[in-house]
Design a protein around this ligand. Structure first.
Ligand code: S3P
Length: 170
């Protein structure tokens, strides 16, 4: 087990938790979206607009396939766990953590976000439907589910670190 992947819906706290977990466990941290933006030299909305969502999904899979073999923490984009190939790669190369947040909490965090094309093009109801459709795939991808409701970032990080160490056999 070399990598720790954080999966979950947009706004479930993957980046915030990933950064803190990286500090706590002294493991390097990568944000998949940021890595893609850096490599493609375009923002996520630009990639969606110029090449379409399908191309973006291909870039995500290429990233997972080719990312360097290193002990690290990776926060994934909210759509990554939908693809069976991606789930397979993540489970084979690391430990997968699902940050299970509630829709009301997620909505509060994402509804004004201009950098998320799926939020931009969807109504609240559509996002809620997507949230429920996707949960099944996050669960399928994951080794550990962490419910975030009512927990502070610190509590989530400590719990995640405890589970990671336990599963690594430390
Ligand atoms: C997406 C989530 C985003 C980003 C893209 C598509 C999705 O990542 O990859 O906008 O399909 O849920 P975050 O989960 O970090 O917002």
């Amino acid at each position: 087990m070399r990598k720790v992947y954080l999966v979950g819906f947009m706004g479930s706290g993957k980046s915030a938790i990933g950064k803190r977990l990286s500090y706590y466990l002294k493991m390097p941290y990568y944000d998949m979206d940021q890595e893609i933006v850096r490599r493609e030299k375009m923002t996520i909305p630009e990639i969606f607009e110029k090449y379409g969502e399908e191309r973006f999904r291909q870039i995500e899979t290429d990233f997972l396939r080719n990312f360097r073999d290193e002990f690290c923490i990776i926060s994934t984009g909210g759509g990554v766990a939908m693809n069976p190939q991606n789930r397979k790669i993540m489970r084979k190369t690391g430990l997968v953590l699902f940050l299970d947040a509630t829709f009301p909490d997620i909505w509060k965090r994402i509804h004004k976000d201009k950098n998320r094309p799926i939020v931009q093009r969807s109504t609240k109801q559509e996002l809620e439907d997507l949230f429920y459709q996707r949960r099944k795939y996050y669960r399928e991808a994951t080794h550990i589910t962490i419910r975030t409701e009512g927990r502070s970032l610190k509590q989530i990080v400590e719990y995640a670190a405890f589970q990671i160490k336990r599963l690594k056999g430390e």
